[in-house]
Design a protein around this ligand. Structure first.
Ligand code: ZN
Length: 408
């Protein structure tokens, strides 16, 4: 009896313990699927992944009506995920990607800077993701290199002649998925981005209707192939894999064909992950697309240098936090800063800069305005003697930091 019991306990422990081998991460963007749609369709693969971690409704579009309001447009959302910032920083306002501000580094850049010998991959139905958002090979990104690129097929009209129903996009999504699954299985890049487009095309063409729902079903099957490759790696090599799947925007409530605006449904997205140590920011609030980058960074043990971390708008969805939910208000010469404490002990440093040289690649002078117990949840800063017009406020806790602007 006893050896059997011990064996059972051992098996339970082995199952519950996170894998301790090399850390690997994959994030996936499947285009343009509002949370209400994903929730109504059968998605057995996403469900299997969420059973290990979770599913949550999320949002894109920044802080509505404020300096960080962000269009619910594809490339804009991808870049918010990549950089952990809203459009007021990363500066990609639409799919033309005219002038990305590369001073706000993508996760790929942080990762390669810290781990030049580790590998990264992009499997994508849209070429610009690698060449313009990540900015591979550009002087502005210090000629960042992607080790396993697989994309650009939408430009190959011989192999993939364009048809009115965008079947060619589905076929490209298929080869992108299969390549991603086989690379994950064989080479296991340390950081991978998979991007699939077909769902958005069906949404634009048919709106809320069967062809769109069917595209969601096809997508779920594709996620199943990635998940299978990850399980193979975990079982065979003991690697510690994190996968995060999300979408870049919702769709309009009337037809489901459009997006770009700030309506509730256009802002309504979702996140599925197998991450095991999800925190209350994931479990008990509505996370944002910008939270994914710092979450992946935590998993991959990428440390974000302080001045760059001060710019990131997202909050990790895993592990310990000090504070969330920052607010700032200016009245007269006083700034009232508020936050929601996520721990009872520890202190918060309140930093303030009145410049934004960072966006030009230069440094801002941060003044330490106050340091208070995190449980206090609020502080009042006297700014009557400082230059006015622009304030960049950072709340630095032990486990994470938040930032807010005031633009007068
Ligand atoms: Zn999109």
């Amino acid at each position: 009896m006893r050896p059997f019991l011990l064996l059972c306990l051992f098996l339970i422990a082995a199952e519950a313990l996170p894998q301790s081998g090399p850390k690997k991460a994959v994030f996936v963007i499947v285009d343009g699927i509002p949370a209400d749609v994903i929730e109504k369709q059968p998605t057995p693969s996403l469900d299997a992944i969420a059973r290990e971690g979770g599913y949550v409704r999320a949002y894109v579009g920044g802080d509505k009506g404020t300096y960080s309001q962000t269009p619910t447009i594809s490339a804009v959302g991808y870049n918010s995920l990549l950089t952990g910032t809203w459009v007021n920083k990363h500066n990609v306002w639409d799919n033309a990607i005219k002038a990305p501000n590369y001073h706000y580094w993508t996760l790929f850049r942080f990762f390669k800077q810290q781990y030049p010998h580790k590998t990264c991959a992009v499997f994508s139905t849209w070429l610009d993701n690698r060449t313009r958002l990540i900015g591979e090979g550009l002087p502005e990104t210090d000629r960042l290199r992607v080790d396993y690129p697989f994309d650009g097929f939408e430009l190959d009209t011989l192999r993939f002649p364009h048809d009115r129903n965008a079947d060619y996009i589905h076929r490209i999504d298929e080869i992108v998925t299969d390549e991603a699954a086989s690379r994950l299985r064989e080479q296991a890049p340390d950081l991978s981005w998979v991007y699939l487009e077909y769902t958005d095309d069906m949404g634009h063409k048919f709106g809320d209707s069967e062809p769109f729902y069917k595209a969601v079903t096809l997508m779920d099957d594709q996620m199943g192939r990635l998940w299978k490759a990850i399980q193979y790696r975990r079982k065979t090599f003991g690697e510690d894999w994190q996968i995060i799947i999300t979408t870049d925007h919702g769709r309009d409530a009337q037809t489901g064909r459009n997006h770009g605006g700030q309506s509730d449904r256009e802002r309504l997205t979702w996140i599925v992950t197998n991450a095991r140590n999800l925190n209350d920011h994931f479990r008990k609030s509505i996370p944002a697309v910008v939270d994914i980058m710092p979450t992946l960074a935590r998993h991959l043990q990428v440390s974000l240098p302080k001045e760059q971390a001060f710019e990131i708008d997202g909050i990790p969805l895993t592990g310990r936090l000090s504070l969330t939910g920052a607010g700032v208000k200016k009245e007269g010469g006083k700034l009232t800063v508020t936050w929601k404490p996520a721990e009872t002990e520890g202190r918060v440093k309140l930093w303030l800069a009145t410049t934004n040289h960072f966006e030009e690649g230069r440094r801002d002078l941060y003044r330490l305005m106050d340091e208070v117990p995190v449980g206090q949840g609020q502080a009042v800063l006297d700014v009557s003697k400082l230059p006015s017009g622009f304030y960049k406020i950072v709340l630095e806790g032990r486990h994470n930091q938040l930032n807010r602007w005031i633009v007068e």
